[in-house]
Design a binder for this molecule. Structure first.
Ligand SMILES: [Ca+2]
Ligand SMILES: [Ca+2]
Length: 89
């Protein structure tokens, strides 16, 4: 997953806050757990009601393929059950 930032360089320091989440952390709270599965399932069932940000949509692509769908729900569940056997992303 790639995020791109444009930075204009000047003589002054400019602090930047950047939020970086692990793929699979659909609700962007810093951990991957059943809440992320729920969030993704809600989104897939009613995307107009449970909207994901562009970033959350990237994070939701748990299997790293070209789309966000029920396969990502399955991968998240597999990962949560056996993290040593299944990777995210
Ligand atoms: Ca989370
Ligand atoms: Ca996917």
């Amino acid at each position: 997953m790639t995020r791109t930032y444009e930075i204009a360089v000047s003589g002054a320091d400019v602090p930047q806050d950047v939020k970086i989440c692990l793929r699979g952390d659909v609700n962007e709270d810093g951990s991957i757990n059943s809440k992320d599965v729920t969030r993704l399932r809600q989104h897939l069932k009613a995307p107009g009601t449970y909207v994901l940000s562009d970033y959350a949509n990237l994070l939701a692509n748990a299997n790293g393929d070209a789309s966000v769908n029920t396969k990502d729900v399955t991968r998240l569940r597999q990962y949560l059950k056996a993290p040593a056997s299944y990777s995210i992303g």
